[in-house]
Design a protein around this ligand. Sequence first.
Ligand SMILES: [Zn+2]
Length: 158
Amino acid sequence: MTPLVKGKAAQAAPVVFCCFLIIILLIAIKVFSPPGPGTVTLTVPGSSDFSSPSSEARLRVLGSGFYTVTAYCPCEKCCGKWADGITASGHKIQAKDLIVAAPPGMPFGTVLEIPGYGRCRVQDRGGAIKGNRLDVLFATHQEALNWGVQELMVWEVE
Ligand SMILES: [Zn+2]
């Protein structure tokens, strides 16, 4: 009987060694693998999976963070009697302008970074633009419709 017991003990040693190696391997994979997309948080300016505010400018999260961002164009459907191509600040709208209509508490000229839209200036107001609402300007009505309504984290550029 003794040789059998001895044999079992001799077999157990390599099995334990293999388990040990597998554990070491798993730890090594966890430590050295690059971080997955889930580890990048939305609050880090300049993170690659978030429409990138550049890191040189000083940015701070606007207000409580998330804004409901709608879109408009200079047409009559969007602006009614104000469809004269001139913003509330008196700016004459040009084709490629990036302009945002903001609530009355935000001064004209404030520079914002809106993910998916870009760096824009507060140059307009709107009757429905209150609280956590912003309205971004597009050159055409179709582009404004394409934007739809988006809940976005917005930065103020200082
Ligand atoms: Zn329009």
